[in-house]
Design a protein around this ligand. Structure first.
Ligand SMILES: [Fe+2]
Ligand SMILES: [Fe+2]
Length: 300
């Protein structure tokens, strides 16, 4: 029997767009955050993780998108495509920024390669016990909660925004922060649709989060140390302001710990952390609804 086609039916669209930004980083100063080596290198060490890290997210979701649970769901397929599109754009822009940081003598390419090695090694540790797709998706869900949480804090806190005195870098991080919150539930929804809500899937995602927290802490701090060393700023006095900014009572990291730990709650869902009003404010303020950023969506 032929399917009944309704010619007036609107095509299904993702709930968020893929934007093409095209930042130019050639004028970014050496210390573009807080005019401070430690704060700048903390953020650069995160940026170094993104090209390979977000490539891993894309591969994880792409590997399962043809699962029978998802295949017929057009809306979910659109969400997945938009998720892949946004993460690909983040990788591209951060790769461009990372390349510009090379001009100051930092070995960012080596760190990007190390990121890939770490991801491959950690996921291989689990492979004798669990299917690769399951591990990768659980890891992506955990890391997506990380990025969405840290991103939401950046959107909320003016003191952190004020540290980014270079306008291009501020735009880059705010755009990325908006999109991390736009797509924060996609991978988690895919995970639950395929594997369900049960003790095994909870155990896998909780294990992935515990591993992600430990690995990320060590890798990011190691990269920050390498950047500080390459910059001739390895001495403890150069770290003081960054350590206070990150781990002090109102620290960028210390303030997000409760929200990060909420991931271990059995009934957790990314949308439990409501960022709808925050997103409306920032998409408007950054002009991200401009169709020039999303020509494909305009044409659809
Ligand atoms: Fe991203
Ligand atoms: Fe993401």
């Amino acid at each position: 029997m032929n399917a009944i086609v309704n010619p007036t039916a609107k095509p299904v669209q993702a709930s968020f767009p893929v934007r093409r930004m095209g930042f130019k980083f050639q004028d970014v100063p050496r210390y573009w955050a807080g005019n401070d080596a430690g704060i700048t290198h903390f953020l650069t060490s995160l940026s170094v993780l993104f090209p390979e890290g977000e490539g891993f997210f894309v591969d994880s979701v792409r590997a399962v998108r043809n699962h029978p649970e998802l295949l017929a769901d057009q809306a979910m397929q659109k969400e997945i495509s938009a998720f892949i599109g946004q993460e690909a754009m983040h990788s591209k822009e951060h790769e461009a920024f990372n390349a510009s940081a090379k001009l100051y003598g930092y070995e960012v390419e080596k760190m990007e390669r190390s990121t890939k090695t770490v991801i491959t090694s950690i996921t291989r540790l689990f492979q004798p016990f669990v299917k690769k797709e399951f591990i990768d998706l659980a890891g992506t869900c955990a890391l997506e909660h990380f990025t969405a949480t840290i991103a939401a804090q950046l959107l909320r806190r003016h003191d952190i925004q004020d540290l980014m005195q270079d306008p291009t870098m501020l735009q880059l991080w705010l755009w990325h922060a908006v999109e991390e919150n736009e797509h924060k539930a996609v991978c988690y929804d895919v995970y639950q649709r395929i594997y369900g809500k049960n003790v095994a899937t909870y155990a896998m995602r909780a294990t992935a989060m515990a591993a992600a927290m430990v690995v990320l802490f060590f890798v990011q701090n190691y990269f920050m140390f390498r950047l500080m060393k390459q910059d001739g700023k390895a001495a403890p006095r150069h770290w003081l302001r960054a350590v206070r900014t990150l781990y002090g009572p109102k620290g960028f990291i210390s303030q997000i710990i409760p929200e990060l730990l909420d991931y271990f709650r059995p009934g957790f869902h990314p949308n439990d952390h409501d960022t709808v009003a925050l997103l409306a404010k920032w998409t408007h303020q950054l002009g991200l609804n401009d169709p020039a950023y999303s020509p494909a969506r305009k044409a659809a």
